[in-house]
Design a protein around this ligand. Sequence first.
Ligand code: 5GP
Ligand code: MG
Length: 187
Amino acid sequence: MSSIAIPALTKDLKRVLIDADTIARRVNELAIKINTDYAGINDKLIIVGVLKGSFIFLADLCRKLDISHEVDFISLSSYGNSDQSTGNVRMIMDTRENLDGKHVLIIEDILDSGYTLDYLCRNFTSRNVASLKTAVLLDKPDRRKVDVTLDYIGFEIPDVWVVGYGLDYAERYRTLPYIAEMIPVIK
Ligand code: 5GP
Ligand code: MG
């Protein structure tokens, strides 16, 4: 088998913040915890990924789960064209599944101000879900504007813009196998 070349950093990227092996180990640890925590539930767990940034994290995490689960997606918009959250979150696409009475685990790529996940938690709670938990790959605690309860956190990171492993900058870099820090864009 030929070895896969790891894409080199481009001029926009400052450094690799979390390499692929470290991500894989952490995703495995989170899956073990989720398997244990949900072992007792009788109904299927519904895993709701927040598009687009969570899709790779979700795909890797779900394939490590041995509990019965379904995958669904939701699409939200908060930033418009800016990289600052406005707190003005809108739903672009709802889940296919009716979440009423279901055990729901939200999968998000990164928690920044917290506005997006706060909106989603309120929205899902109002649908009378049986239980609601949240899993984020990355957490930027320094940037928090609203308090959100996180049940599973991959990594805490500093206040820098990151890309890779699902996360983008203007739709680029999503498929990098690692998480990289971007060189700040001068505006
Ligand atoms: P919040 O509503 O918590 O401020 O924003 C969360 C959303 O902002 C994430 O789902 C993600 O789409 C985006 N975001 C926040 N920080 C970053 C970052 O460093 N890199 C990328 N690619 N997206 C980010
Ligand atoms: Mg997102």
